[in-house]
Structure formats: C-alpha cells, structure tokens
Design a protein around this ligand. Structure first.
Ligand code: F6R
Length: 604
C-alpha cells in the first residue's frame, strides 16, 4: 500500500533523508515514488515510475534541496502507475503538493465541482483533488492551516496526508483519517510517516495521531489540531523500542530469508506473551457464545489452524472466516454475546479494520492478534495480544505467521486450563518450549534438500499442496508463499478433497506436495498419496523422519522431527517458506518485492 514520509529538518538537504525513509517504507508499495521540497520559495518535485532505486537512478532524489519535504511510495489504487499519477500531486498554481495513503471516496464529486470552477486536473488520482481543494480555500483568503482544515471537512474516505505549500515554506501539514500516521519528534527536526521505521535512524520518540487530527510540523516545533472544531490537542510522546538493526537485512540477501531464519528467536519471544493479556483475552473468549477468527491471506490461514487448536485443546468451537467476506457471511450473527478475534500482523489491513468497526457497532467483543502494538487494530479492540515477532519487512508473511500460530496455541491452552478440561498445562507447555530449538534444527537440516527441490520445481507449470486436519492450513500457507513470490500457479486443498475434483488435473509427473506429519491424519493421508501416484503424480512428502512406510511410498521424502500435532503447523511451514524463497531466487525474482503486492493492504 502507499506509504508517506515527511521531514522538517533544521539542516538540509532533505533529499537523502527522505530517500532513506522511503527505502524503509518500500515494503508498503513500490510501483512509483516521488518527493517534493520547498527551496527558495518554490516547490521542487522529483518522481517516477518503478521501484525506488530505479526511479532514483533517473531523478536523483539525493539532489532534492531544502530542509522541508514530503515523500511517497505508491501502490496504485486510482490511476495506473505513471509519472503523472505518481505523488506528489499539485494544484493549479504549482504551490501546493500532496502525498496520500488511502482512498478518497467522494473524489469524483469534488473533482467535478472544482472543474466547473476552472480547476484543471492532470492525473487520474483521487489525491490530486486534495491539492486543488486546498488551493480553492486559500484563494478565498484562508491561510495554509485554515484552508487545509476546511478542505478536510469536505473529504470522505481514508487518508494519511503530508502537504507542502511554498508560500509557507517552513511548514508541513499532516492529516490522519483511517490510515496510519505518526509523528517523530527530535531536536534536529520533526518527522511524520505511515510507519515509524521511516524515521528510526533519527528518533524513537513518536506521537500517534488520531483519526480526524491534523498536525503542523516545522524543524523546531509541532502542533496538533482537531479538524472538527480547530481546537489544539495534546498527545503524550511515546518512546518506541525499535532499532536500526531491527530493520536491517542482518547480512542476509533478502529480508524474507532473514525473517525465515530468525524464526527460532521470534518463536522464543512469542513464548513470552504477557500473562495478563492472555488471561483477559481467554476470559473474554470463554464467556462468549460464539467466537469468530478472522484474517486475510496468511493471517486467515493462522485462523484456520487456530480453530483446530481451540477445538482440540480446549473444546471450544470457533469459526474461521476471511475478513473481506465476513460481514456478508456472518455480520448479522454478531451480538453482545459474540467475540470477534481479528488476526492482522500489520494491524492496518482495511478488510480487517472494517470488520473491527462493524463488530464494535454490533457490541461484539473485539480482540486482536497483531505484531504492531501501535497499529489501528489495537485501538479498535477491547483487548489485544502482540505477537512479539519483531518488524517484518519482506512482503510475504513468515515469522508473523508462525508467531500468530503460537498465540492461538497459548490461547487454547489457557482456555483449556480455565475451563478445567486439562488439569495442568505442563505437557502442552513443554512442547512449546522445545520449539525454538526444533525450528533451528529444521531450518538447518532442510536447507539442502529444499534447495534441490526448488531446482526441480522451478519450471513446473503447476504445484499442488495437500494436507489434512490442522495441516490443511499449512498446505494453504505453503501454496500462498509459493505462488506469491515465484509466480508458479499453485493450488491447495485438504487432501480429502483432492478426489472431489482437483485430482482431474494430475498428469504424469505433476508435482504434489504433501504435509504429512505423524498425527491423527497420517493413516488417511497415505491413501491420498496412493491416489495421486496411481495417476502418475509425483508425491513430494514432508513427513516424520522415522516414518519408513511413508518414505517408501513417496517419490521424494523430506524428513522432519517428531512433533505434537497441534504444534506441527509451526514447524512444517518452515521448509515450505524456504522452498518458495529458493524457487523465487532460482527464477530470478526479488522475493521481498513481489509484483502487484503490498505489505499491508489499506484499501478494501
Ligand atoms: C502473504 C501475506 C498477506 C497478508 C495479508 C494480511 O504472505 O503477507 O497475505 O497475510 O495481506 O495482512 P495482515 O496480517 O497485516 O492483516
């Protein structure tokens, strides 16, 4: 999704600072990039189409002069990627520049009205109307601040904005409504960004803006106003615990690989969830008549696995659902006796936030599982659990997926303990504490066979992923990793479903990956392996290393350590993440920046 960044520095040039911040925000969107600064009373704009480095080569962002500037990475929503549609967008006079993350719902109406008044639009973006709207109010005699406040009152939709006006060259105006935006405060200057990683090199002192607020920053000051009545507002400065090394690649070629390999550490952090949060959340779930587990993409897959954990460990039935479908599918069933658990690593996915707002209206108890404590979802939730995975920059979810599974597991054990269905949680907790070591061993042991497998699969036309029981979720997640970064068409099914249709696609040598730990599904999945082989398919099996029968039945077998069934998705997804990564590399793709995707999807 688009990401914005602004800096008001005591000393310039602002270009290199903006470029470094945009680089950190690249995970959020990267079909075009741009910047604007005020120099000698005039706006200077540099922008272009492509990834930041490509645009930089032609426009040379470092050469942007001045001390005050705004910047943007775009992930197109309105208007195809082009230089004209790239941000910043400007007004008719070329004095006002705007960068925007979000969607203006009523932009067409405003555009028509402004066009009738003589405004000329150059782009297809919804953002451009904002610059013209402010221009209109300034023309009526208002200053930059009041013009912007009035313009904001006309807008409907979601927006995080950073705005420059060359006639007031010392100032950046920021506005937040339903899109993430925070200020970074320091003695050398002030910043604003969609995510604190943009200014983590300069300060860890941040202020979260609330929806409907506007901030004015200069190199030496900041002031926040409520748009509805223009009153000034005070927020406390928070000190966040995020360091430069947290967001570096740490010697790995890609963030995705770094994040896969640091899962043993992320898992050990996620074992230290704060007891009081688990206690509150499990109590709320326990009292609920019906509980939904909701997410998008990988987070939905963790909800699928979570529903097996909750039913099998604690006897609690729950319904996993896809966020974008949830309101139509189950919205009418929400009431004060229901609980809505929302899993979103970023805490900013628009489909998930929409469910959160809807569930609140229905007085359902909203709980979230997220990796970003300062995200919007935590503010919409009655209680939340933070996954503790550390920042995830690679677009494909890896460590945030495994740590979400861990949250669900610990929640299930806590619920079981509370309801008395297990007398003591020790045996469950023991398996849990062995996980970091096991994850480390698996990542080491599978690296060579998975590399070989990637070389075999890289030219496949199609790959199947099959699993049963809780590892149906692993098959789904393994398939999502493969297709989103290697672009190989892939399908996933619960193995029992394969004979109800998908098996029609099996031809000689069609690769079929089975997730087959030694669990309650082991016997039946053997039958599914045989069915595929009988039709010429190639059975590539991830199974227990001591399972000689399975090994014999497989065309290729990758041995995994013995593991408890409910914890197995956390360990079995690791080789599938590595497989997807290696396949993408062999095909020459950048796994950190898959085409058409964004780290967090902040539009519906
Ligand atoms: C896939 C992936 C996406 C996200 C989805 C939800 O690798 O990363 O499918 O899982 O966009 O994102 P969050 O968890 O931030 O709500």
């Amino acid at each position: 999704m688009c990401r914005i960044f602004a800096a008001a520095l005591a000393e310039g040039p602002v270009g290199p600072v903006l470029k470094a911040g945009l680089k950190r925000l690249e995970y959020g969107g990267y079909d075009s990039s741009g910047m604007a600064a005020v120099d000698q009373g005039k706006l200077q704009i540099k922008k272009g189409v492509g990834k930041l480095d490509e645009v930089d080569k032609s426009v040379k962002f470092d050469e942007l002069p001045g001390c005050i500037g705004i910047a943007h990475n775009r992930w197109a929503t309105h208007g195809y990627p082009s230089v004209t549609n790239a941000h910043p967008q400007v007004d008719c006079t070329g004095k006002i520049a705007v960068v925007h993350n979000g969607v203006i719902e009523n932009f067409f109406e405003i555009k028509e009205r402004l066009a009738e008044n003589g405004h000329e639009f150059k782009s297809r973006t919804d953002t451009e109307v904002i610059a013209h709207l402010i221009e209109d109010y300034i023309k009526k005699g208002m200053d930059f601040l009041n013009g912007t406040i009035n313009a904001m009152k006309d807008l409907r939709g979601s927006y995080a904005l950073a705005i420059l006006y060359s006639a007031e060259p010392n100032t950046v105006i920021l506005v937040k409504n339903e899109s993430p935006l925070m200020l970074g405060i320091s003695d050398e200057g002030n910043y604003a960004a969609s995510d604190a990683v943009a200014f983590v090199d300069h300060t860890n002192r941040i202020i979260h803006l609330e929806d409907g607020e506007l901030a004015v920053i200069t190199p030496k000051s900041y002031k926040i106003y409520r748009i509805s009545d223009g009153e000034s507002v005070n927020h406390e400065i928070e000190t966040v615990d995020i360091s430069v090394s947290d967001v570096d690649k740490g010697g790995y070629r890609h963030y995705m690989l770094k994040e896969i390999m640091e899962q043993p550490v992320a898992i050990s952090y996620a074992l230290n969830l704060q007891a009081q949060y688990l206690d509150v959340v499990s109590e709320l779930v326990r009292r609920s008549r019906i509980t939904y587990l909701i997410g998008a993409g990988s987070s939905y897959h963790s909800c699928m696995a979570g529903s097996y954990m909750l039913s099998q460990i604690s006897g609690m039935p729950t319904i996993p659902a896809v966020a974008s479908e949830f309101i139509q599918q189950f919205g009418k069933t929400l009431n004060p006796d229901s609980t809505t658990i929302l899993a979103s690593q970023s805490g900013e996915t628009a489909d998930v936030l929409k469910v959160a707002s809807y569930a609140r209206l229905k007085a359902s108890t909203v709980i979230s599982i997220t990796n970003v404590v300062s995200s919007t979802i935590t503010r919409l939730s009655r209680a939340y659990i933070v996954q503790q995975a550390g920042p995830e920059i690679g677009v494909a979810a890896t460590k945030t997926y495994t740590t979400q599974l861990l949250v669900y597991y610990q929640l299930a054990v806590e619920l079981a303990r509370k309801s008395g269905s297990i007398t003591e949680a020790n045996s469950y907790m023991k398996g849990l504490h062995e996980l970091p070591r096991l994850a480390e061993k698996v990542l080491e042991d599978v690296s060579e066979p998975v590399n070989r497998l990637a070389a075999e699969l890289k030219d496949a036309n199609h790959i199947f992923f099959l699993g049963r029981g809780i590892n149906t979720a692993t098959a789904y997640e393994g398939r999502l990793k493969m297709l989103e970064i290697s672009y190989i068409p892939s399908s996933a099914f619960s193995a029992g479903e394969s004979k109800h249709g998908p098996i029609a696609l099996i031809e000689n040598n069609s690769p079929v990956i089975f997730v087959a730990p030694d669990d309650t599904s082991r016997k039946v999945i053997m039958g599914n392996i045989m069915e595929i082989k009988a039709r010429g398919g190639k059975a590539i099996v991830f199974g227990d290393e001591n399972d000689s029968e399975l090994k014999q039945a497989s065309d290729e077998f990758i041995g995994m350590p013995q593991i408890d069934e409910m914890l197995s998705p956390i360990i079995y997804i690791l080789p599938l993440q590595l497989l997807a990564y290696n396949t993408a590399i062999l095909k020459g793709y950048d796994p950190d920046k898959p085409r058409n995707l964004a780290k967090s999807v902040t539009v519906l």
